[in-house]
Design a binder for this molecule. Structure first.
Ligand code: S3P
Length: 175
């Protein structure tokens, strides 16, 4: 399988639904779920906002890179944080783990979803929409390079997104 594993790796911006869709995919496929945000949070023993506040973003990124490096290399649902691909080598690494599916959403949908949860430290800005647009532009090339295909989640439920992911994988594998 040209050096690629059997995992389904979800990538994409905050608020695209990766964690919820990851849970739904794990339920449907019976595969174990590995969410890098959860792994990092468990390692530190406190929430992400507090990791940023107490140790700084670089410490969070180190732990996140380590969580990706130690992700299971068998069949699994792997959910990555929105900034997980920025470090050198991460695009190649997630592609080695398996099929990489990018979740997207339009900016209005992202803003609506993200404003419901104040837990993301990068959006504690005076102008969160500008922060989202800036981060999206910066990250676009990484997401594009890593993804085998994308699913626009703007108007879909988590269940519908999971279905689209599984259908996309079938189509991509030519079955
Ligand atoms: C981040 C996304 C978050 C989390 C952290 C940083 C980012 O994960 O890893 O707050 O840089 O985009 P989600 O994409 O699951 O929200």
């Amino acid at each position: 399988m040209n050096g690629r594993g059997n995992a389904i790796v979800l990538i994409g911006f905050m608020g695209t639904g990766k964690s919820s869709v990851g849970r739904e995919l794990a339920r449907r496929t019976n595969l174990p779920r590995y969410d890098t945000d959860e792994v990092v949070t468990k390692r530190f023993g406190f929430p992400i906002a507090e990791i940023f506040a107490r140790h700084g973003e670089p410490a969070f990124r180190d732990a996140e890179a380590d969580a990706i490096a130690t992700a299971p290399d068998g069949a699994a649902i792997i959910v990555t944080g929105g900034g997980a691909l920025l470090r050198g080598g991460q695009v190649e690494h997630v592609r080695r783990l398996g099929s990489v599916v990018r979740l997207t959403a339009d900016v209005a949908t992202l803003m609506a979803r993200l404003s419901r949860r104040p837990s993301r430290p990068l959006l504690r800005a005076d102008d969160p929409r500008a922060a989202v647009e800036r981060l999206l532009a910066q990250r676009e090339p990484f997401y594009r390079q890593a993804a085998d295909f994308s699913v626009d989640t703007s108007h879909l439920t988590h269940e519908e997104v999971a279905e689209a992911v599984l259908a996309g994988l079938d189509a991509n594998l030519g079955t």
